[in-house]
Design a protein around this ligand. Sequence first.
Ligand code: FAD
Length: 428
Amino acid sequence: MSNATGRGLADAAFPPVPFGTDVPWSNWGGNQHATPAFTVRPTTEQEALDAVRFAIKEGLPVRAVGSGHSSSPLVQTGGVLMDMSALAGITGTDPGRRRARARAGTTINAFGDPLWEQGLALANQGDIDKQQIAGALSTSTHGSGIGLGSFSSALRWVRLIDGHGEIVEIGEGQLRELRAAQVALGTLGIFLEVELAVEDAYYLQEEITYPEWDETVAGWDADIAGNRHYSFLWCPGEGSAELLDLPGAPGERMANRSYTKRYNVVELKDESGISGVEGKRLDRSYRIYPGGFTTPFHELEYFVPVEHGLAATEAIQDLIRTRHPEQQYPVEVRWVKADEGYLSQFQGRDTTVITLTTEPGTDYWAFFRDADALLQEFEPRAHWGKIHFMSRSRLERLYPGLDTFLEVRREFDPRGVFLNDHTRALLG
Ligand SMILES: Cc1cc2nc3c(=O)[nH]c(=O)nc-3n(C[C@H](O)[C@H](O)[C@H](O)COP(=O)(O)OP(=O)(O)OC[C@H]3O[C@@H](n4cnc5c(N)ncnc54)[C@H](O)[C@@H]3O)c2cc1C
């Protein structure tokens, strides 16, 4: 077996790159841990390839880690952990076709300035910008806006190391494989470089309001349809906003109000119009989207068809009021456009996203299990990167493209090099 580099599996030598052995790993939220036999941080594609070939030769499994922001057991491996942070940087832009290429370890915030200099911007961003792009793609990370897709929906090309120990490319001419690669939980192989569809650079105007719940309900459809980005964080109690450092409503009680965000595009002739006034900021798009959180939390995030969004949100509110009043974190509600990735939470349906946030170190399992049971009537899908109760039988029921995904996965990785216990149970 050989590849473009002319080297093959038989050449895989130890150590292919400086390895750490038995280095403990844990995620951002502190709820996932592993001690891989080898940890490697490749600085070139060749080093990444050598590491995968070494693992294949030794019969070791391989998992990639991005920024470690997933709170589900995606990254754990007892074999080779590939820290992809050194394979980073924008590798090309094509303003005419509105495309950008980047190495897999490029963080979302590292797209901002280089794309802007070329007159381009990411179409949307989520609540933080710390994730590596391959990590964000692998779990269908999203922002909010019913007209805007997830990061995965923007993937147009990828260069990866597959389970045969080869570097291969998937482009738009291979839709079957591309739809598998768009959301793959790291199971097709190690992403090295990706190409995303992006947009012409744009400025966003922020509007923050604090409506009572009945006002939010009254404006439900108009707000979803009428704003580029619309989302809110409903506060069950007076102390809720503080738990996520949200500025409260000046002079108002926050219980049963929502911290509500609207971002819409505005034209700006020059940047003298940029404003940093809290709640009314006007800036380049990537500076308006949030950056990060310093205090860890744990989340469960469910996705229901948009027509059930209000009923599902009110069901969660009732659950907190009646059975889990100890849960005081704001409940976040967002919207995402339907897409085509076989494992995408948004596959084939415009979606309302409901996020439940809890405090590490507390016993939130009964709350999460009750929420899971309660939302079943709405056929919820779950965020792959957050705590969830997804099983193979649920996957078979909720993802019509699952069989095609599994076929592609087995073609790319017949020996299951890139599976761990969690992904084997779901996708083996
Ligand atoms: C504070 C916080 C805020 C968040 N906000 C949002 C939000 O607004 N919207 C949202 O949708 N999600 C959000 N998330 C979830 C987060 O976006 C996802 O969990 C995302 O996958 C994390 O990216 P990462 O780079 O940390 O990847 P990791 O968590 O390190 O890895 C995720 C998956 O990607 C795979 N992977 C990583 N790199 C590669 C590679 N090079 N090749 C192949 N596979 C790879 C890993 O194996 C793993 O399966 C948030 C999480 C946190 C902790």
